[in-house]
Write a protein that binds this ligand. Structure first.
Ligand SMILES: [Zn+2]
Length: 113
């Protein structure tokens, strides 16, 4: 499952931060998930408990923020909203879009002690 390996990375990042910034417990964590990243929030929440079990984020409260997808059309140059990776331009129907946002998956907020 995609979400598991992703959260493994998050756990590794948290453990590295805990060492360099000297905290022991993560109380809250906010993850930003792009609409085009193919990550399911429900699967992510489910996997979170599994992956963080016995870690410093074991009891952390998880918040998921969604980032809308947006692209710029290669043909007409206009910005177009994207709900899926292979969406076409809303204005001219062209299929080639430069993705500007929507692919991200990052930790944006942490509350630690
Ligand atoms: Zn276009």
């Amino acid at each position: 499952m995609h979400e598991l390996s992703l959260l493994d990375n998050v756990r590794t990042i948290l453990e590295e931060h805990a060492r360099s910034q000297q905290f022991e417990i993560v109380d809250k964590i906010t993850l930003e998930i792009g609409a085009l990243s193919c990550i399911e929030s429900e699967a992510l929440r489910f996997a979170f408990d599994t992956v963080m079990n016995n870690s410093l984020a074991q009891h952390a409260q998880l918040t998921i923020k969604h980032i809308a997808g947006q692209g710029r059309c290669v043909a007409c140059g206009k910005m177009t909203p994207m709900r899926e990776l292979y969406d076409t331009c809303l204005h001219c129907g062209h299929f080639q879009l430069d993705i500007l946002s929507g692919l991200e998956m990052k930790i944006t907020e942490l509350e630690v002690r």
